[in-house]
Design a protein around this ligand. Sequence first.
Ligand code: G6D
Length: 351
Amino acid sequence: MITNKHFGTLANGQTVEEHTLTNQHGVSVDILTLGGILRRFLVPTKPKATDIVLGFDTLEEYLADQSYLGALVGRYANRIAHGKFSLNNADYQVDVNQAGNCLHGGANGFNAYVWQATVLSDSNEPSLALEMSSPDGDQGFPGNINVKAVYTLTKQNRLKIEYFAKSDQDTVFNPTNHAYFNLAGQHHGSVANQKISLEASHYTPTNANAIPTGEIASVENTPFDFRQSTIIADALALNHQQLEYGNGLDHNLCLDKFTAAQKDAFYAGNAACQQSGLEMKVYTSMPGMQIFTANHFADMPGKEGAIYQAHQGVCFESQFYPDTPNHTHFPSAELKANAEFYSVTEYEIIL
Ligand code: G6D
């Protein structure tokens, strides 16, 4: 089932809608047309449903948000060093909006767009398409690009997010969703006691500004070894320079099962919470996963009276590695003119 209601109106008169997708098991998600934001992810636990993503109650709060809560992110998720890269021997300078680098596509990335919504299926597997066009030169990126993100809530309680795109020029493209998950419930404090696992033997170490050094390092004996299910607090407690740089976990893990020919989602890892008994499995077709533990949150008002603090959520941002356009040995994020881009990421709730 899909229902739709008015969420707010922008200063320019554009309206923002909220669609609620509910499957046959009573799992539901609220999706805003602003930024394709995943605003709520309700899981039918007893005695009360649990909302497992962080978010806000009002449009004004989303417009002021600098932390991309639940948003679709692009054109290039994560960072491009100094906002500079070369493609086909041309040099590009894209918007630098964080510490002299381009973060999440620049100041006016995909999260700032109102997307056009179309209901694809109103059945037990509700499906909503969101579309937008970003013009050539938007935030400095080459090519007119048409983007479609499809949210589907499957019968297996998977929230599937598919990304389709086509550009009229060669460009770089790296979309993701920036939901902060808390399997205890969005207002239930830190995720530090929850566990995560990732099928990733390597990660991309960074400099102090979160830009990859270019090394693809083993996770062995580092806080980034999640090959066995690990309590987040145990990883955070380790003494490691990379944790100091990120002020916690804010790193790209290289997913072992990725191959460039891969189009379907493969199992990447999971999150589990003893308190709620919930588990979430993550699948993706992308090569990397940024694990980010909301390190900078401090007294941030959230949904329904929640006040978010550091480590209150964990993001599983499927992606090409950060700064790939400047590292030829990373899996390529180039999108050729008129080629069809497709990627998929799925978050499965185990009740
Ligand atoms: C991303 O990796 C980044 C963080 O450093 C940033 O603070 C956040 O988005 C807003 O996950």
